[in-house]
Structure formats: C-alpha cells, structure tokens
Design a protein around this ligand. Structure first.
Ligand SMILES: [Zn+2]
Length: 229
C-alpha cells in the first residue's frame, strides 16, 4: 500500500500520524509526505532554512518515510493562495507517489492552514475523475493534530469523530516522540497537548477505544473498493 500524508506545516505529519507512519513503513508499505508550507516561514522561531531542512530530513528518516515534497505556500496565510494552486500542488504529489490512502487535516481544525490544506486535498483526490490515466485514490482519512484539532470550537463545523484506529504499539509511540524531538521548538512541557505525556496518553486512549494497547485515530471519509465486473 502507498500512504500519502498531505499536511500544512513540517511536524504536522508526525503529530497526526507519526506512529502510524513508522508502523506502516516497517510493515513494508510506502509512506510519502507532502508539506504545503515547507519553507522557513513555517517555524515560529524561524531557524535558518538548512536547519528546517535538516529537521524535516532527520524526522522523516526516523519514521521510514520514502519521499518528502515541499511547497512554498505562505505560513498562516494559505487562505491568500488561490485554492486551485493548492489543489494542483497536491495533484502533483498524487501523480508522483500514486497513493492508495491519502491522509490530511480535519476541516474542523482550528488552524486556518489546516482547513485550507484539507479543502484542497478533498478536491485533489478526485484527480482520477478528470484524468483517466491517474491512479484512483482508494481512501481519504482525516487526522487529528494535538493542540489544533481539539480546538475546533466552531459549532457550525463537524468535529473530529474517529472511526479508524491504527495499532502502533509502544515502539510506534516512542518513535513518534523521537521524530517530534528532531523538530526544534515543537514540544512543550505537560500539560500542553504537544508534550510527551499528552502524546502517550492520547495514543493509549485512542487504543483503548478499539481494544488496542496504543493507536492513532483517523476519520475515514471516502473509501473506494473495486470488485469483479
Ligand atoms: Zn500545522
């Protein structure tokens, strides 16, 4: 299986699906990542470009990621970019990596870049309907990003309701924390949601919802199954 993570910022892919990415790559699946705001402006404290680049490489290597595609869309201003440009960028990743499963942000997430990434991704996965030569995406999952998704307080939008629980094991959770530590200035002391304690606690809670020791939770919103015809 080919998994493609489409995220707004460097570190979102680890916060949302780091343990799952590690587990799937260890099982022999391909995991690719597309980061919309891949430039230096993505960082609050703005380390140099090469520092961010080395953080991304170090973190994704820890998780067994195959390829990383980085966009240069403006941080916290993705809403100023035409929707079409975002869609076309994600389509490039879909053509290059031919994913079976695409994973992106939940559209009820409080972070505006996460919302716009999700909306563009929802449009991009329909590429096969516009171009017959494109391999159809089989599934679309939304993920949760601690410190952003749970703050989706807009009652007019649907909240994150997980229905897909991927077992990751304690080793997967620890690798996720290791990969997060490779990004400078992301983690915070407990009780912040981006603390080691909260990340471990969420993995235990999501696991317990499905009778698993540890899991990452997703919301599968599209599934396409081909049959004998
Ligand atoms: Zn983000």
């Amino acid at each position: 299986m080919n998994y493609l993570l489409v995220v707004a910022h460097p570190d979102d892919e680890v916060l949302g699906a780091g343990a799952m990415m590690y587990t799937k790559s260890r099982m022999g699946h391909n995991v690719d990542v597309c980061i919309m705001v891949g430039g230096v402006a993505a960082r609050h404290l703005r380390p140099e470009d090469d520092q961010l680049e080395s953080d991304i490489q170090s973190s994704t290597r820890t998780l067994g990621v195959r390829n990383v595609m980085k966009g240069e869309f403006p941080n916290i201003k993705m809403n100023t970019t035409p929707h079409l440009h975002l869609v076309q960028f994600i389509e490039k990743a879909i053509v290059a990596y031919e994913p079976d499963v695409v994973i992106t942000h939940h559209p009820g997430d409080t972070n505006n870049d996460h919302l716009h990434t999700s909306l563009a991704c929802q449009a991009a996965i329909r590429l096969f309907q516009r171009r017959p030569e494109a391999k159809p995406v089989k599934e679309l999952w939304f993920m949760e990003v601690p410190s952003a998704t749970e703050w989706g307080v807009d009652q007019s939008r649907q909240p994150f309701v997980p229905n897909t629980f991927v077992e990751v094991g304690e080793a997967g959770v620890e690798k996720k924390l290791e990969a997060l530590a490779r990004y400078r200035d992301v983690m915070r002391p407990y009780p912040h949601p981006r603390s080691n304690e909260a990340i471990r606690g969420l993995a235990a809670y999501r696991g317990s919802q499905a009778g698993l020791m540890y899991a990452e939770a997703f919301q599968c919103v599209f599934r396409r199954e081909e049959g004998e015809v």
